[in-house]
Design a binder for this molecule. Structure first.
Ligand SMILES: Nc1ncnc2c1ncn2[C@@H]1O[C@H](COP(=O)(O)OP(=O)(O)OP(=O)(O)O)[C@@H](O)[C@H]1O
Ligand SMILES: [Mg+2]
Length: 356
């Protein structure tokens, strides 16, 4: 008997689905010329040995903030040796210590994995920045995470004062979809940063259509999509203006079509892909999201690590989604998440908050 994983037939649909993955950085980013141009304008001085402008990139989810900044980072790396540009996701690197270690390593000073205090690493960081000709640029994505702890707030303060205190230029780009991010920033930090803000607007249905067409060119075989597939996926995502939703629906529909051994992706497949999303969305509209509820059920009265939650629920939800749900539960004061050392890194130990 055939193995249950074996495909039923030949695939005529997806040529290379990686072009639809969220982490893929396309060469063309339609409708983001203006935003990318503004980023170039702010960062270009660094390529001439001058002080770049600090940037805040804001806008609702799926509007291309991350992908545009990665695109700029790639281009900058190709264009100039006078800058070194590092992307940091603040969910992943969420302590002053871990961020400074990464940054210092990146600049060419190998930080030993243990033994140095945060202050010592900061000294190395300043020293290595001073000793190099090139101007480092740091992109902090999901930057609202930096406001959650005192030590990372401290880091923001220190970074904002690098020019004044240590006479070095660094480039800073902060990305956040949290509207409150800017207002929550300490006044002292904000004023010494003298930042420019670039707001990424929601995409319209028409724009999403063009974005999907562009991505589809590389992901699909010719004529693999029924005419109405892209307009429907675009219309579906246009309420939130979220390109991630649009691309994800297209990939889900394509996989459903392949699974049915269909020659083309049809409107019916797109509708089926919506249904899969809807189940999750409906529960999102109640007080707790589905993920949040599942996490609470999983934690019960125990202490569990974030890693255990990812393992248990990871087959149904992306780790990013789960991380966000854990943070939201913490904000709602339903769980507490203590950071503890584990091996070389830090893990969060999660338990329910006892109601008195
Ligand atoms: N103009 C565009 N052209 C092609 N793909 C795009 C464009 N804008 C966004 N995308 C794609 O949409 C998805 C979401 O974009 P991105 O991750 O940059 O959103 P974001 O603004 O950072 O969202 P969040 O606030 O949730 O982090 C990614 O797969 C990205 O490649
Ligand atoms: Mg992003």
């Amino acid at each position: 008997m055939a193995n249950i994983f074996e495909s039923k037939g030949e695939n005529h649909i997806l040529k290379d689905e990686r072009f639809l993955y969220p982490e893929f950085v396309p060469e063309q980013l339609p409708f983001r010329d203006k935003e990318i141009g503004e980023m170039v304008f702010a960062l270009k001085p660094a390529t001439l040995g001058k002080k770049p402008t600090t940037l805040f990139l804001t806008g609702v989810p799926g509007t291309g903030k991350t992908v545009s900044s990665k695109h700029v980072l790639n281009e900058l790396g190709e264009y100039s040796d006078r800058t070194k540009c590092l992307y940091i996701n603040c969910f992943e690197f969420n302590s002053k210590h871990s961020i400074l270690s990464k940054a210092t390593n990146f600049l060419g000073y190998a930080v030993p994995t243990r033994g140095l205090s945060t202050e010592e690493i900061f000294e190395r960081f300043v020293a290595v920045t001073k000793s190099k000709e090139n101007i480092p640029i740091f992109i902090f994505d999901e930057a609202e995470q930096l406001l959650k702890q005192e030590d990372t707030k401290d880091l923001l303060y220190d970074l904002s004062r690098m020019g004044e205190r240590h006479k070095v230029f660094i480039g800073l780009v902060f990305i956040s979809n949290d509207n409150f991010f800017l207002s929550l920033l300490d006044d002292r930090v904000r004023s010494s940063m003298q930042a420019s803000t670039i707001n990424f607007e929601k995409y319209s249905s028409l724009q999403l259509k063009d974005i999907l067409k562009e991505r589809a060119k590389y992901a699909f075989f010719d004529n693999a999509l029924e005419d109405e597939v892209i307009p429907l996926a675009a219309a579906h995502a246009s309420k939130e203006g979220d390109a991630r939703v649009a691309i994800d629906v297209l990939l889900k529909a394509a996989r459903l079509a392949e699974n049915e051994n269909s020659k083309k992706v049809k409107v019916a497949h797109v509708r089926k892909a919506f249904m899969k999303e809807k189940v999750v969305k409906q529960e999102l509209s109640s007080n707790l999201s589905k993920q949040e509820q599942l996490i609470l059920d999983f934690v019960k009265n125990n202490e569990v690590t974030a890693g255990e939650i990812y393992l248990a629920l990871g087959k149904d939800f992306a780790e990013r989604t789960l991380r966000k749900a854990i943070n939201d539960l913490e904000d709602k004061k339903l769980i507490s998440a203590k950071k503890v050392k584990k091996g070389k890194g830090v893990t969060r130990v999660i338990s329910k908050v006892k109601k008195s």
